[in-house]
Design a protein around this ligand. Sequence first.
Ligand SMILES: O=P(O)(O)OC[C@H]1O[C@H](OP(=O)(O)OP(=O)(O)O)[C@H](O)[C@@H]1O
Ligand code: HPA
Ligand SMILES: [Mg+2]
Length: 179
Amino acid sequence: MHNDIQEVLFTQEQIEAKVAEIGKQLSEEYEGRNPLIICILKGAFIFMADLVKQITVPVEMDFMAVSSYGASTRSSGEVKIIKDLDSSVEGRDVLIVEDIIDSGLTLSYLVDVLQRRNVKSVKIATLFDKPARRTVDLKADISGFILPDAFVVGYGLDYAEKYRNLPYIGVLKPEVYSS
Ligand SMILES: O=P(O)(O)OC[C@H]1O[C@H](OP(=O)(O)OP(=O)(O)O)[C@H](O)[C@@H]1O
Ligand code: HPA
Ligand SMILES: [Mg+2]
């Protein structure tokens, strides 16, 4: 285990099994359709890569980069689009793939942006969810794991751009971000 990690919440094996389950569920849900899957960078890149391999219907993919945390463990409250989509979403069945929903600010902003671009439907699949931390009313259609109110890293999630490559998800030792 990495020295800055206090506790592993979900192991690589548990995550793999959950991602396979979500992939199966989405394949059934989108049977006969051709969804556009949007990966929210940077955090969702590992989940996206593992998830799409488990989806059996034809899909298209696009990527959007947003940021609101910077080098902090709290949302700045301002969601910045750093890279917008390459393709049009008008009339499309859109599936947003996200690593974590915490305050809900990032996704409530993005759902609003997509709806104004006249999508046919929009659904959210998140691997991790911290419902206790919501400041806006937002629910995912699929939530893989429910997390306690603690800042976590790994499997794409960072603190100040570090730890994204850990294959598990863990709680960071408080002294790492308070120092
Ligand atoms: O529900 P919220 O409170 O909005 O938090 C969730 C968002 O915050 C993180 O992104 P971040 O802004 O850290 O950018 P990153 O993905 O590049 O790390 C995470 O990847 C989600 O997109
Ligand atoms: O717990 C978290 N860890 C990393 N990034 C995050 N963005 C929102 N919540 C978190
Ligand atoms: Mg981040």
